[in-house]
Design a protein around this ligand. Structure first.
Ligand SMILES: [Zn+2]
Ligand SMILES: [Zn+2]
Length: 355
């Protein structure tokens, strides 16, 4: 089968022939129909993460946002069968530890990050193996196609877990979203669907226009205002209840925290670049003074995907609306390169894997 392999950081991926995977006794193999291209792939491609001993090894098949059809299952798998349509979470749990059994498989300490570790080759490939398939594979309801399912992850699942589970937003909350890439736009759409009043921040016209299209009540062009938190404070009559840094730069992180009203909640979902190297200075005295909550959020437990899929199946959320481009496996490197200068908009998918 064909697979796109990380052979040197920052250099084009090698599209190579690899042996197709076979399932472990408790695993499955999925024929990939669509796989999202994500800024996390770009971070891996850049060799980021070495500051946390978390850089992706050379030789890795990237791609962590697949949807497709199950083609093989191991002897011990009982809940999915060949032919099932499925989406694969990138945060794979072992299914047996305390975190997994309590519904927090996204932070399983014995799990895997699909497409980022050599044990779990990714889905920029014709087929992808999924460990612990009974726990990790999520079958798709009727009405959720492969493109929509691939567009979901990791941005929609990350945004949904951050807003619905971690920040626990309520209808009427004022929610600020800093950075309107795929993750930020998903956060805008989800916050709006959950009844929040959403203010979206970016420095580019097109993403701000897309943010309006998917539910932002107002937008702030950060390139045109002196002080982003002040602009949000004015727009929200005192600050947001919840603010999300969906980009991961020092400036967006600090702006997000300072956008909050007293007792507000900041959620960090964007990962930092090699400028910040995993650390951003925050106004800690101010956080103390105003009872501010600072939360992290990663992916979503596989056991909670059904909540999000119901909202897609009934049309409340429309991830397909953010898909701006469909490309072949051979074009992935070019699309990753375009991310370096923030030259992509919305969600891009690989949908052609063969020759
Ligand atoms: Zn676990
Ligand atoms: Zn992703």
């Amino acid at each position: 089968m064909r697979a796109a392999v990380l052979e040197a950081y920052g250099e084009p991926l090698g599209v190579r022939d690899r042996d197709p995977p076979t399932p472990d006794p408790d695993g499955a193999v999925v024929a990939v129909e669509a796989c999202g291209i994500c800024r996390s792939d770009w971070h891996a491609w850049q060799g980021h993460g070495d500051w946390a001993d978390d850089d992706v090894p050379l030789g890795q098949v990237l791609g962590h946002e697949p949807a497709g059809r199950v083609v093989a299952t191991g002897d011990r798998v009982s809940t999915v069968s060949p032919g099932d349509r499925a989406v694969v979470p990138f945060n794979l749990g072992d299914g047996t530890c305390g975190y997994c059994r309590n519904g927090h498989g996204n932070v399983c300490t014995d799990g895997w990050a699909l497409g980022f570790e050599s044990d779990v080759p990714g889905a920029f490939a014709e087929q992808v193996a999924v460990p612990r398939a009974d726990y990790n594979l999520v079958t798709l309801p009727d009405g959720v196609g492969f493109d929509a399912a691939a567009a979901l992850g990791c941005r929609y699942v990350t945004a949904f877990h951050a807003l619905a589970h971690r920040a626990d937003i309520a209808a009427g909350d004022r929610v600020a979203v800093h950075g309107c890439g795929g993750l930020g736009l998903a956060a805008v759409q989800i916050a709006s669907a959950l009844g929040a009043s959403v203010i979206a921040v970016d420095i580019r016209d097109e993403p701000l226009s897309m943010a309006r299209d998917v539910g932002a009540n107002s937008v702030v062009d950060a390139s045109a205002v002196e002080d982003v938190p002040a602009a949000i404070e004015a727009e929200t009559d005192g600050g947001a209840e919840v603010s999300v840094d969906a980009l991961g730069r020092a400036e967006t992180c600090r702006n997000s925290v300072r956008s909050l009203r007293p007792r507000g909640t900041h959620v960090q979902v964007g990962l930092t670049t090699d400028t910040e190297r995993g650390e951003v200075a925050l106004p800690t005295d101010w956080i103390t003074r105003w009872d501010i909550d600072v939360l992290g959020s990663r992916g979503m437990p596989p056991s909670r995907y059904d909540e999000l899929l119901r909202l897609v199946a009934d049309g409340t959320l429309n991830p397909g609306a953010l898909v701006t481009r469909r490309v072949s496996l051979d074009a992935v490197s070019e699309r990753l390169a375009a991310m370096t200068d923030y030259g992509t908009e919305g969600i891009e998918l690989v949908t052609e894997f063969g020759r």
